[in-house]
Design a protein around this ligand. Structure first.
Ligand code: SF4
Ligand code: SF4
Length: 202
C-alpha cells in the first residue's frame, strides 16, 4: 500500500487508528501510573494559560512525590515508561512525573466513569502508548503497531523504487509538473515523524 496522503503525525496516527474495542478489564493500573509528554512544570504552565487538556488532566491526576513512590505502586509500568522515555530524543527522563488518579477505587474502578476526561475515554488511543503489562489492550496495540510498521515499510519500498527509477528526477507520467524525485522527497518526509517510534529499524 502506498498512500501519499499519509503524514504520520500524532493526529494522523489517531486518524489511522480504528475506534477502540472494549478490551479494558478494569484493573485500574493505568489510573495509578499515568505520565504525560510534558513535564509537571509545563503542565502547570498550560493550566495557567487555560489549556483544557491540561486542566482536565490535573483535575483528576495527582503527582506522586517521587518516582520511587510510583515504583512502590506500579513497578513494572514505571520501568517501562522510564525506558521508553530514555529512548526518545524529545523527552528528558529527569522531567518525568508519575501521577495517580484521585477517583480510582481500591478495586481499580472509575468512580466518575460518566464524566471521566477525554484522555481516559480515549486511552490507550493508539498502539504506541505505553500501557501497563497485562493491559487488556496489549494484543490490540500490537496489531496497530504492526499495521503501521507495514505501511512505513511500503513507503520505504516506494521511496527506494523511485530512487532507482529517477536518480536525476524523471517526470511523473501522470503529473508531468512533478518529478519522481519530488515524490520521493515527499515520501521520505512522511516517514520522518515515525522515527520517534524507531522506524529506522523497520
Ligand atoms: S491498564 Fe488496561 S486493562 Fe487495566 S484499566 Fe487500564 S486500560 Fe483497562
Ligand atoms: S478518571 Fe476514571 S478512568 Fe480516568 S484515571 Fe481516574 S479512575 Fe481511571
Amino acid at each position: 500500500m502506498f498512500d501519499l496522503n499519509y503524514y504520520g503525525t500524532e493526529d494522523e496516527l489517531k486518524a489511522e487508528t480504528p475506534s477502540l474495542p472494549d478490551l479494558c478489564h478494569k484493573c485500574g493500573r493505568c489510573c495509578r501510573s499515568a505520565t504525560t509528554f510534558h513535564s509537571y512544570k509545563k503542565l502547570k504552565e498550560l493550566v495557567e494559560a487555560g489549556d483544557k487538556e491540561a486542566i482536565d488532566f490535573l483535575e483528576v491526576f495527582e503527582p506522586y512525590d517521587s518516582i520511587e513512590d510510583a515504583r512502590q505502586v506500579e513497578p513494572d509500568q514505571v520501568e517501562q515508561v522510564l525506558k521508553a522515555v530514555a529512548d526518545r530524543e524529545d523527552m528528558d527522563v529527569n522531567e518525568v512525573t508519575f501521577y495517580h488518579c484521585r477517583y480510582v477505587s481500591p478495586e481499580g474502578l472509575c468512580t466518575i466513569y460518566e464524566r471521566r476526561p477525554r484522555c481516559c475515554r480515549e486511552a490507550p488511543g493508539h498502539g504506541w502508548s505505553v500501557m501497563p503489562p497485562g493491559c487488556g489492550f496489549e494484543g490490540w496495540q500490537f496489531e496497530q503497531r504492526e499495521k503501521q510498521k507495514r505501511m512505513i515499510r511500503d513507503l520505504k519500498t516506494s521511496a527506494y523504487i523511485m530512487e532507482q527509477l529517477s536518480p536525476d528526477g524523471v517526470h511523473h507520467p501522470v503529473r508531468p509538473e512533478t518529478t519522481l524525485a519530488d515524490l520521493n522527497a515527499l515520501v521520505l518526509e512522511k516517514i520522518k515523524p515515525w522515527k520517534m517510534f524507531g522506524s529506522h529499524y523497520w
